[in-house]
Design a protein around this ligand. Sequence first.
Ligand code: ATP
Ligand code: MG
Length: 590
Amino acid sequence: MAMRMSSLFLRTLRENPADAEVPSHQLLVRAGYIRRVSPGIYTWLPLGLKVLKRVEQIVREEMDAIGSQELLFPALLPREPYEASGRWTEYGPNVFRLKDRKENDYLLGPTHEEMFTLAVKDMYSSYKDLPVSLYQIQIKYRDEARPRAGILRGREFVMKDSYSFDLDEAGLDKSYQQHRDAYIKIFDRLGFHYVIVQAMAGAMGGSKSEEFLATAENGEDTYVRCANCGYAANVEAVQVAAPDPIPYADLPASHVEDTPDTPTIETLVTHLNSAFPREDRAWAAGDTLKNVVVMLVHPDGSRAPLVIGIPGDRDVDEKRLGAQVEPAVVAAFEEADFAAYPSLKKGYIGPEVLGEASESGIRYLVDPRVVDGTAWVTGANRPGHHVLDLVAGRDFTADGTIEAADVRPGDACPSCGHALESARGIEMGHIFQLGRKYAEALDLKVLDEHGKQRTVVMGSYGVGVSRAVACIAEGNHDDLGLVWPRDISPADVHIVATGKDRVRDPEVFETAERLTRGLEAAGLTVLYDDREKVSPGVKFKDSELIGVPTIVVVGKSLENGVIEIKDRRSGDRREVPVADAVTEILAEVN
Ligand code: ATP
Ligand code: MG
């Protein structure tokens, strides 16, 4: 097919849109692929839709290749299934909710576990029906707190989601592996650099979960990897290796000391070194136990404080903490909250007043490094006072541990102990052994070979299809514009006719038109710049901005019987005789 720019629904822009910060967002808007409707909500213009469809097609082909079957659920969904799984509440403000004329509750699907589970329950009842894998490529809705970077994090976006249904864990492992292999093929074909990292397994715990992250310096996900053993994990999923407990029989008793004006770790360490100097070495931030208080807001709106005890040389990592407390969200602990919980003395919080069994009842979780026998300097719950030699397991016991401390380059690899490196990426896909959570909630059972009811075990697998478009653009551009990989480009060839108009330069337009038809007949998609009275400069700029990998210039050189073929990526150009043009271009693009 051919798209003629004289009539194509396209306007390129010379300036970056004011709200666009990352190159993919700037270029996709400027080159006329997408257009903003509202924050996180975009229109796909003809060129953009072509790219989106090509990405969809790659995903579709690889899903079909593993025997997954495509279907399509509605995006507009009734409340009941989500009520049954608990997610009507759990999702909180992230979900778009609406009512019909009879006041019934509906939502716009943020993800479709419930619908897939119910569909299988509706149609299947025997182990003989399993395994089955189903997928859809569909528009999802999430009222993201921070829509970002155009289509990279939208509130309406296209996702491929698939689910596997198996009788047992061995079957699930196989389905998971098939999806993993398919994802490797998909992301290889999409042409961006990616890493596969361990991810949060979520509420089920223990089951396998991996993310495919496109490597990108401005990505929202931080991951760590170990050059020694190959371990790679999203920081959210890093499990700090807890040291062995230390015998504490010979440790000195704890003692409360006057530490005036020491509400921060820095002031405390300075004070310790002047007032209580150690003989072996100086006090350091890591000798202190910092108790950070946050407010957890649960999906039902209830609020409860949580105190996190971490070594004073660490900070609480918001994302790690957020992932741990899901579906609750973390809010700041305000002055008014301190007033409501008078046992918490700002800057001097200590374990004595904490814990679910304590008088305050405040939940207290500590970093895994706070093992029994470790001695700490920490708050004495009185302004200007700290307690020294407070020993975990002897003087206090927390309600449990939490993986909320930041993970840093150089930290020990949880798997081999070597130093970790850190890098950033964008989550493109997520594969996840879901287990029986939804099958149990929605009662999806089949009869096994002995005639017994068995709960089905599920896997869940997502690809960010529209996000992939942004990600590919992010990884494939230069100062002039986009540079699409061949398999993703909205067209195979961009023909530029540089003549003034059809009256003054009939040969240029006729040759370009003939070439367009010839390539079209050979099965190529051609973007043909047939605009009259548009300067060659403008046309070249547009072709560079739009980013079709092969640009063909039909113009002045026709006098010598040649046209020019230009490689958008390398900038290399070569002249070929008009007579050979179709053959030469076909050789170039295939
Ligand atoms: P994120 O951590 O980026 O918010 P998620 O873990 O919530 O993503 P999943 O529920 O695992 O996302 O969804 C599957 C895939 O859908 C993700 O891997 C991602 O590529 C894509 N995706 C998720 N949210 C968005 C969004 N708001 N806009 C575009 N793509 C998204
Ligand atoms: Mg995910």
